[in-house]
Ligand binder design. Structure first.
Ligand SMILES: Nc1ncnc2c1ncn2[C@@H]1O[C@H](COP(=O)(O)OP(=O)(O)OP(=O)(O)O)[C@@H](O)[C@H]1O
Ligand SMILES: O=P(O)(O)O[C@@H]1O[C@H]([C@H](O)CO)[C@@H](O)[C@H](O)[C@@H]1O
Length: 158
């Protein structure tokens, strides 16, 4: 299933998944310009459970977090790309600076981030762990980053 859903639609799906005893993995991110590191981490995130939900920062949220010049790709593009990746089952957008509220609504079984985030800094870890879930980080095998891609382009085309 590759679907971009509203948070309300996703909450309903989450209830169905719980009834089916499906293990739900959740991650979130800006995913501005997708690269191999993102793909590697999403593949590994999905392997931790049955269903992978990805919450993507809205354009305004990315702008507040990563700066006025970001995102490069609008949320329509970012969600379309993420939702069409093989490991991803459901995608939604969140407007806030952090995914705390959507994690509180969905209470995933497993919360995942790349290892650039230490577990003590992962937003929503308390919610998931207090509900008996697990928080996992995925080691980078590819040190690529969106910022690096942007800087490479700026350097080469200046
Ligand atoms: N090279 C990588 N390998 C594995 N996971 C990654 C890698 N880069 C980012 N991630 C993970 O992908 C998710 C989205 O991160 P993000 O969109 O910030 O990517 P980024 O490349 O770090 O972007 P930016 O350079 O704009 O900060 C996060 O969970 C992050 O931990
Ligand atoms: O793409 P990023 O910068 O890795 O994603 C951010 O992750 C933050 C993280 O969940 C903190 O643990 C989150 O607060 C922020 O909104 C971005 O999604």
């Amino acid at each position: 299933m590759n679907a971009i859903l509203s948070q309300e639609e996703l909450i309903k799906i989450r209830e169905q998944l719980a009834a089916q005893n499906k293990k739900v993995v959740f991650t979130n991110g800006c995913f501005d310009i997708i690269h191999a590191g993102h793909i590697d981490y999403l593949i590994k995130a999905k392997q931790l459970g049955d269903i992978l939900i990805v919450a993507v920062n809205s354009d305004e949220s990315v702008r507040r977090i990563k700066g006025e010049k970001r995102p490069i790709l609008k949320q329509e593009e970012r969600t379309f790309i993420i939702s069409n990746l093989k490991p991803v089952d459901y995608v939604t957008v969140f407007e806030e600076d952090t995914p705390y509220e959507i994690i509180k609504k969905l209470v995933p079984d497993i919360l995942v981030k790349g290892a650039d985030w230490s577990k003590d800094k992962i937003v929503g870890a308390d919610i998931v762990e207090n509900n008996g879930g697990a928080v996992e980080t995925i080691e980078f095998v590819n040190i690529q980053s969106t910022s690096n891609i942007i800087n490479t382009i700026l350097d080469r085309y200046k």
